[in-house]
Design a protein around this ligand. Sequence first.
Ligand code: SAM
Length: 346
Amino acid sequence: MEDLNITVLRLGHRPLRDRRMTTHIALVARALGARSVVVTEKHPKLERAVEEVTRKFGGDFSVQIEPHWKSFVRQWEGPVVHLTMYGEPLEKTVDRIPKRDVLVIVGAEKVPPEVYQLADFNVSVTNQPHSEVGALAILLDRMTEAGWTRLNFEGRMRIIPLGNGKIVIDMDGIYLSDNDCLRMLEEVGCEEDVVSHARTVAKIAVKIAGECRADVDLVRTAALLHDIGRTKTHGPGHGFEGAEILRRFGFPENIVLIVERHVGGGLDSKGAAELGLPERDMIPTTLEEKIVCIADKLVEDGKKVPIDKEIQKLKEKGLDKAAERLQILYQEVEDIASTDLDRLGA
Ligand code: SAM
């Protein structure tokens, strides 16, 4: 799918009649893995609509204007596929289309006859008349072998589908509301005491984040979700397991990494490998990762405890290096906060 660079050429757009259809062509093309749509004249509304969707939902899809479509098609170096009800059936052609820069032509009304000659493949999605939007969607699905299902747009807005609705992550806003974080925990079956611990950790983490001028909403969201991996294990692998759960749901990496790196004072690659986890550092590096890690260590049985208690526990387990790392981390966050963290109430 990475090598398959698909461009869609929209021919015959009639400004009033086809405005929404052409926008839908562009949106379907973007969502199903094409890189750009080419139109033959400027359509400010189309460009604005595509820009807005791409700004919010990610990806690098573009709208290009090519007034001289014939020379554009002639000069196209890869295969040219024309979608038409008068073409050869898709199921007979799709495997013959080379998987490199592909130009897909879709019409609005009848396209000029030259298109049939210029195309390497005239392809029909049934020989019944229907819609260019539907035909394009099916063609892209088949050409990418459903590769669109694995696309990651890295957008500022993410829709997380849950069994009983959806969650919207708005990275330009408050990330997730508290209520949506709790729905997420409920969705994966988090136990009540884990949820209650997460609430207390979030309260402390938000206070520390405020003192440190860190991203308070990111900290609040990740702190509420930090123990989601306890649905899989209560062992030290729960940070990694939690991160994997969130990755599968499509959560952004800045939230995921806070969850992955919150265990103890973080795990170095050797420690991670010893636990049977991927051999990579899971040590908090951003300020928000450090804050959630520290806030978690300040809560035991739903109550705020001094950091020394956790440091002592690590030492008793013979984890001197981890204890030392936690001590340093705590000091670093306290210095940034310029306040005694032990005195910050829950
Ligand atoms: N029906 C004519 C055709 O398929 O060539 C043209 C008009 S149709 C309203 C507009 C566009 O829809 C066509 O240019 C073609 O790209 C697409 N289309 C409609 N039915 C199709 C089909 N059965 N298979 C493939 N494409 C189709």
